[in-house]
Design a protein around this ligand. Structure first.
Ligand code: PEP
Ligand code: MN
Length: 342
């Protein structure tokens, strides 16, 4: 259910409608737009009678929402969600709303030397956000699991050195406070897309979330997972298409670029493409990153390692600093053609 207020409704009038929704036993989610405010309602089992809001003159209409996921849908909020990330030294990132963000860095934080080399390289080349995993959810329990707290400290150091805001993965709700302290954006990985306790935890965070599509998840499942986060009050969610498992095995995953325009029509949340995990092959990454800009995605996330041959995780799909630097001007050129700012 969505309650749409008339243009010019005051805060007191918005609050009164929210109180009414709570009085009915439901949860209000005000969604400010540039023209008017809409209030999403969750917690109701069936459709609500619009007459419930008849005594509020500022209510323009009360309409049912047809989709199972509500808060993330364009029916509830037609304008793009824009996520602003502030770093240091004037560095910042804007994800969504016509801005194309480049998130880059190593798969995993391995050492001070490795992270600093990667961070300086992506910063120099013009990336907007530094990525790097401190907690690594690996398929094998014998693979490198990340430097954990020590990795977070190194990310904070790289943030201070380059000024770039940082995105890093969280794998356990118990780590929330620690990860929040060091990260500008919390990544929920493909393996945890339906870890509902984790979704609820990041949903109560003040930090924005990068939610990656599960390897067997349909778009519907991804949007439902995002709904868990928004339902808990955190509306700053970016989705990430990172490839899914199909019958095709020549690439690590099948990067589902075809779903992106559909996702953008269904939801106001920004969509980031990850061609590194999407293909598993560094040689394919530049072309797919360019495709991401051309199709009007809201950003790319690219793995960059100073020495991919020695990487402790995802070396084969990591770009060298030189190939990342070579890629950036072509992303800028395509962005200009399709009307995105980069
Ligand atoms: C990652 O970004 O390094 C990662 C583990 O990705 P995914 O969750 O998409 O596999
Ligand atoms: Mn990786």
């Amino acid at each position: 259910m969505l309650v749409v207020l008339k243009q010019g409704a005051t805060q007191a009038e918005i609050d009164a409608v929210c109180d009414r929704i709570r009085e009915l036993g439901f949860e209000p989610h005000p969604m400010p737009g540039s023209m008017r405010v809409a209030i999403g309602i969750t917690g109701n089992q069936g459709p609500l009678d619009p007459a419930l809001f008849a005594r509020y003159p500022q209510v323009a209409e009360a309409v049912p929402v047809s989709k199972a996921w509500k808060l993330v849908s364009r029916e509830v909020k037609s304008e793009d969600t824009v996520i602003e990330l502030a770093g240091e030294q004037g560095r910042a990132a804007r994800v969504g709303g016509g801005s194309f963000a480049v998130l880059a860095g190593p798969c995993a934080v391995e050492s001070r030397e490795q992270l600093m080399a990667a961070a300086e390289a992506v910063s120099r080349a013009g990336a907007h956000v530094l990525r790097g995993g401190a907690f690594k959810p690996r398929t094998s329990p014998y693979s490198f699991q990340g430097l954990k707290g020590g990795g977070l400290e190194l990310l904070a150091e790289a943030r201070r050195a380059t000024g770039l805001p940082v995105v890093t993965e969280i794998v356990d709700p118990r780590d929330l406070e620690q990860v929040e302290r060091h990260a500008d954006m919390l990544q929920v990985g493909a393996r945890n897309m339906q870890n509902f306790a984790l979704l609820e935890a990041v949903g109560s965070s003040s930090k924005p979330v990068l939610l990656k599509r599960g390897m067997s998840a349909r778009v519907d499942d991804l949007l439902m997972a995002a709904e868990y986060i928004c339902k808990n009050g955190n509306y700053r969610v970016a989705l990430c298409e990172r490839g899914i498992r199909t019958f095709e095995t020549i690439t690590r995953n099948t990067l589902d670029l075809g779903s992106v325009p559909t996702i953008q029509r269904l939801t106001h949340l920004p969509v980031i493409i990850d061609p590194s995990h999407g293909t598993g092959d560094h040689a394919s990454v530049p072309a797919l990153a360019r495709a991401a800009v051309a199709l009007g995605a809201d950003g790319v996330m690219i793995e960059v390692h100073p020495n991919p041959a020695e990487a402790l995780s995802d070396g084969p799909q990591s770009l060298t600093p030189a190939s990342f630097e070579k890629l950036m001007p072509s992303l800028r050129a395509i962005a200009e053609v399709v009307g995105l700012s980069i």
